[in-house]
Design a protein around this ligand. Structure first.
Ligand code: ADP
Ligand code: MG
Length: 359
């Protein structure tokens, strides 16, 4: 299978507003380079333009502006069937009157491959997707997870240059969803195919992707590896969208010589906050991001706050405290032998300054 790179060049989609309403900029000047074999996830809230982007790549939707390259060549003017892409939908879109084998082999028959070649390819894909033995089942005799595997097999068997997924796990129950994440990632790696995966579920994006592209209002808010976007969000939007973030506002007091800064937060001075190579103007406003697992509830610490929630979650104690009028969330890992603070108690918040990220 020859995985292809995908390039989006200043891609935009504007839907004209109906009955005097404003135009909808569903996708707004998106540029992105995806490497052959890369697994890239488009992540963002409902309505941010994920599906529209994917449908333009597949050819179901015409760009208003910009271009799409597949393997270095523009595919803008090609119809969907000529594009060397395959899409896996949330609704599976299987043929209900055909069995598993015929569903998977359908596209190959249209391409008029010999029946020997079809059998060889389908047999291999059945094995890869764990469907061997299910060839003769009708799709209504399959579980949701199995139907999703058939949809994936049907796309893979065409050996496309890029595989497109639009929220493929949304109709599965939580446990199966987690299993299928690993499954899809395993298969994608085994085949070495390029994948563009759309989801609004940040856990899905984190666990599957080489790279996450966070979309907001049709624009790229941030693109990076899961660790990049989690540890170094570039905006409060990204920080809040990926995992849970405590965000405090402050002012830069001083830049130290060792690539750290002093930040004043509500009259409390935090020194040695990592500057990560950036230069901050003295006196400028900044936001600091503290992840819930990067701090603790203790007798001593930088901030003092009242506990407003204390819940045993098994692997961690979930705390919420009221700090400077806002909710501050802490995950105290492995609470078994730790002192547990109850609602209404006052406690200190201990931070590891090196875990703080400045925006
Ligand atoms: N066919 C269409 N006509 C008009 N507006 C549309 C159409 N399809 C999508 N939109 C609008 O474009 C925006 C992006 O939609 P979509 O790409 O489906 O978002 P997502 O998949 O991220 O939820 C939304 O505001 C949506 O209402
Ligand atoms: Mg969508």
């Amino acid at each position: 299978m020859k995985a292809k790179g995908v390039t989006l060049k200043n891609l935009s989609k504007i839907y004209p507003g109906k009955k005097g309403n404003k135009d909808v900029h569903a996708v707004d000047d998106v540029s992105l380079d995806i490497e052959p074999g890369e697994f890239v996830t488009l992540l963002g809230p409902s309505g941010c333009g994920k599906t529209t982007t994917l449908r333009m790549i597949a050819g179901f939707e015409k760009p208003s502006e910009g271009d799409i390259l597949l393997g270095g060549e523009s595919i803008r003017h090609l119809t969907p069937d000529k594009r060397d892409t395959a899409m896996v939908f949330q609704t599976y879109a299987l043929f209900p009157n055909l069995n598993v084998y015929d569903n998977i082999s359908y596209g190959l028959k249209i391409k008029r491959l010999s029946s020997d070649e079809i059998r060889a390819r389908v047999t291999e894909i059945l094995k890869l997707t764990g469907l061997t033995g299910y060839e003769n089942r009708h799709t209504n005799e399959l579980s949701g997870g199995q139907q999703q595997r058939v949809a994936l097999a049907r796309a893979l068997v065409m050996e496309p240059g890029v595989l497109l997924f639009d929220e493929p796990l949304s109709n599965l129950d939580a446990k199966l969803r987690v299993q299928m994440r690993t499954e899809i990632r395993r298969i994608q790696k085994a085949v070495g195919i390029t994948a563009i995966y759309v989801t609004h579920d940040q856990a899905e994006a984190m666990s599957m992707s080489d790279r996450i592209v966070i979309l907001k209002d049709g624009k790229i808010a941030q693109a990076g590896t899961p660790k990049d976007v989690y540890y170094r969000p570039n905006s409060e939007f990204s920080a809040n969208f990926i995992g849970t973030a405590n965000i405090l506002h402050g002012k830069v007091q001083k830049m130290n010589d060792d690539d750290t800064v002093q930040v004043l937060v509500e009259g409390i001075l935090l020194d040695k906050v990592p500057a990560s190579g950036k230069v901050y103007e003295i006196g400028s406003e900044c936001a600091i991001v503290i992840r819930p697992e990067a701090c603790s509830v203790r007798e001593t610490g930088v901030f003092e706050a009242e506990v407003t929630l204390s819940t045993f979650m098994g692997s961690y104690q979930l705390y919420e405290l009221e700090l400077f009028g806002n909710k501050f969330t802490i995950h105290e890992n492995n609470p078994k032998t730790k002192r547990i603070y109850e609602i209404g108690e006052r406690a200190k918040i201990e931070l590891d300054i090196s875990d703080i990220h400045i925006i």
